[in-house]
Design a protein around this ligand. Structure first.
Ligand SMILES: [Ca+2]
Length: 222
């Protein structure tokens, strides 16, 4: 209804799954969205990450299989059919992947980004298996080397802190992550890099935040 306040706008109660909420991709021009999302920087982190890299040919067939309504993009519901190396994704994993790979402003994944996401998932699977020597769980102190293998080189302390935070949702006594938890950690750092690089348009490696922008940046992380 034009002119009516909508959920998610100031003064209205938030609705589960609305864009702009934690865990959901921000939408350009929407209240609560990341004002830096989208056109302000044409280069997203994955443009650099996967520049010139061969993208998996299997991704296109998987995309066509998932795109049930033939819209040419994959939404959250369609993502539920996604499997990688025989593993299905958790709901949380799907939300995180969408927050990293969705087109700014629409919350769905194009074929181009789906191919990058597929590569990201293959890289995560490979890193989890090789660094963890095929074990079903990856100890916290091996999360950092696995992230480095995925070209997500952040300080080991940061990797351990995020691992502990993800693990705390279903606490385990062995300080180790299963694959779906590791994927959430990888998505967090991918989103962090994306958030940073959208602001670091000159690629100087340094950005300046005021408190409000810092809050928006942090609140948008999965
Ligand atoms: Ca679709």
């Amino acid at each position: 209804m034009p002119g009516q306040p909508r959920p998610g706008q100031p003064g209205m109660p938030p609705q589960q799954g609305m864009p702009g909420q934690p865990g959901m991709p921000p939408q350009q021009g929407q209240p609560g969205g990341d004002p830096f999302a989208g056109a302000s920087c044409p280069q997203m982190w994955y443009d650099q990450q996967y520049a010139g890299a061969p993208l998996p040919s299997a991704a296109e067939a998987e995309f066509q299989k998932l795109d049930g309504d033939h819209s040419g993009s994959i939404d959250i519901a369609e993502m539920r059919g996604l499997t990688i190396a025989g593993r299905s994704m958790t709901h949380e994993g799907i939300i995180s992947l969408i927050s990293v790979f969705a087109e700014p402003g629409c919350g769905t994944i194009s074929l181009e980004n789906f191919r990058r996401m597929y590569r990201f998932l293959e890289d995560a699977d490979k890193a989890f298996k090789t660094v963890g020597c095929g074990a079903p769980r990856l100890p916290f102190n091996q999360v950092h080397p696995a992230l480095v293998q995925m070209n997500l080189d952040f300080p080991p302390q940061a990797a351990e802190l995020v691992s502990a935070r993800i693990d705390a949702r279903t606490p385990s006594s062995d300080r180790a992550l299963e694959f779906n938890e590791f994927l959430l950690v990888a998505c967090f750092f991918a989103a962090l890099r994306s958030t940073f690089q959208r602001r670091d348009t000159q690629r100087t490696g340094t950005i300046t935040f005021n408190e409000k922008d810092f809050a928006i940046a942090v609140a948008g992380l999965p």
